[in-house]
Design a protein around this ligand. Sequence first.
Ligand code: 4NP
Length: 150
Amino acid sequence: MKILMICLGNICRSPLAEGILQHKANELGLDWTVDSAGTSAYHAGELPDQRSIQVARQHDLDITYQHSRQIVTSDLSNFDIIYVMDSSNYQNVLKLCKTAAQKEKVRLIMNEVEPVRNINVPDPYWGDNGFENVYQMLDKACDQVIKRYQ
Ligand code: 4NP
């Protein structure tokens, strides 16, 4: 499986999603490639946000190997599934899709936990304490992704 995690800046939510899912897949010996990107280039080249690095570390996960990048159109063919964090990411990624097959790959990640409810992973960037909540939501979602595709 090749899975791409998407948020706006690729510094808060999707780096956590990438790190959590890659770690779970590795622990199970699955040959999965997990990557992440942002719909924006606001933070291109930067490390994940310090608050994401810290919450990951509190759960024994190192995400400091990651650097922010913007999604590119080749991602839409290179990955099997593209998980987005919220409905705004969803609209932005759909606009880049050229075929029905590409659109079919784009999914809201929390629909893996609560199908069809279209729950967003809230953007924690402007707050102070949303990061543990984001971690818990993504940890649950990644468990479901593993169950579904392993
Ligand atoms: P992310 O959070 O999409 O989870 O990485 C954000 C990061 C940066 C900005 C917004 C959201 N920003 O506006 O710079």
